[in-house]
Design a protein around this ligand. Structure first.
Ligand SMILES: [Zn+2]
Length: 87
């Protein structure tokens, strides 16, 4: 039966209270990220230089695109690395 499948208490349903992530750009009006500003881009890239996904950072789709473009521009200008520099 279909109901039996739902009776697994393990996965999915067990999610304790989680703080709702709000897009920083939507929250603060006029807050933008500039591709020339490596410090501003910092929270949106991982240690290894990858772009932090939306589900982690909480950025909305519209602003994630803006961030993504900014990061890619900054990479091209060698402001931020493509990857972590390995030895
Ligand atoms: Zn937003």
């Amino acid at each position: 039966m279909a109901t039996e499948r739902r009776e697994r208490p393990d996965q999915r349903e067990r999610r304790p209270y989680q703080k709702k992530k709000v897009c920083r750009f939507c929250k603060i009006r006029g807050f933008t990220v500039d591709y020339k500003d490596a410090k501003a881009l910092r929270p949106y890239i991982t240690e290894r230089g990858r772009i932090v996904p939306r589900r982690i950072s909480g950025t909305c789709a519209k602003h994630q695109r803006v961030v993504c473009t900014a990061i890619k521009r900054a990479r091209n200008l060698a402001i931020i690395p493509f990857t972590a520099t390995s030895i």
